[in-house]
Design a protein around this ligand. Structure first.
Ligand code: RP5
Length: 168
C-alpha cells in the first residue's frame, strides 16, 4: 500500500499523564516516520471501563498496533491484550519506588496465550516501541518502510561520522 494514510494506525496509550515524559519518545519516532497515531490516557485501575471500550474498538477503528506504557503495577498492556487481537507493545515506565523493575515484570510475565511484546524500561523502550510499530507496518505501507530504512541509514552514518569520542 502506498497511498498516504491519515487515520490513526497506532494507538499510543498510557496509564497516567505522568507517563507522557517517557511515552513522548515513542511519539517522536512515530512523528519522524510519518505514522498517524492517536494519544490517550487509559488507566487499567482508574478508568477500567475506558480500557475495555478502547480495546474492543481498536481493531474496528483501524489500529494496527497499540503502544501501551505504564508504571508500577503496570496492568494496562496485559489487559488491553486480553481484550483485543491488535498487537500490544508494552513499555515499562520507570517508577520512582522500584526504578521500573515492577513495571517490567508486570508487563513481561504474561501467561501463555495472551502475548505482550515488552520493551526496555523507560525512554529507550518507548522509542523502540515506536520503531517496532513502524516495522510492523512496513510490509503493508511502503512509505513507512522507506522512512524506517532511511532513519536506520542516518543513524549508521551519524555513528560513522563521529567515531572518535574525543571529538565533539
Ligand atoms: C500507573 O501508575 C501509571 O502508568 C503511572 O506510571 C503510575 C503513577 O501514576 P500517577 O500517580 O503519576 O498518576 O498507573
Amino acid at each position: 500500500m502506498t497511498a498516504t494514510v491519515t487515520s490513526p494506525l497506532v494507538g499510543l496509550v498510557m496509564g497516567s499523564r505522568s507517563d507522557w515524559e517517557t511515552m513522548q519518545h515513542a511519539a517522536q519516532k512515530l512523528d519522524a516516520l510519518g505514522i498517524p497515531y492517536e494519544v490517550k490516557v487509559v488507566s487499567a485501575h482508574r478508568t477500567p471501563d475506558v480500557l475495555f471500550s478502547y480495546a474492543e474498538t481498536a481493531g474496528p477503528r483501524g489500529l494496527r498496533a497499540i503502544i501501551a506504557g505504564a508504571g508500577g503495577a503496570a496492568h494496562l498492556p496485559g489487559m488491553l491484550a486480553a481484550k483485543t487481537a491488535v498487537p500490544v507493545l508494552g513499555v515499562p515506565v520507570q517508577s520512582k519506588a522500584l526504578n521500573g523493575m515492577d513495571s517490567l515484570l508486570s508487563i513481561v510475565q504474561m501467561p501463555a496465550g495472551i502475548p505482550v511484546a515488552t520493551f526496555a524500561i523507560g525512554n529507550a523502550g518507548a522509542a523502540n516501541a515506536g520503531l517496532f510499530a513502524a516495522a510492523l507496518l512496513a510490509t503493508d505501507y511502503s512509505e513507512i518502510g522507506a522512512a524506517l530504512l532511511a532513519f536506520r541509514a542516518r543513524q549508521t552514518d551519524d555513528v560513522l561520522a563521529h567515531d572518535d569520542p574525543r571529538q565533539p
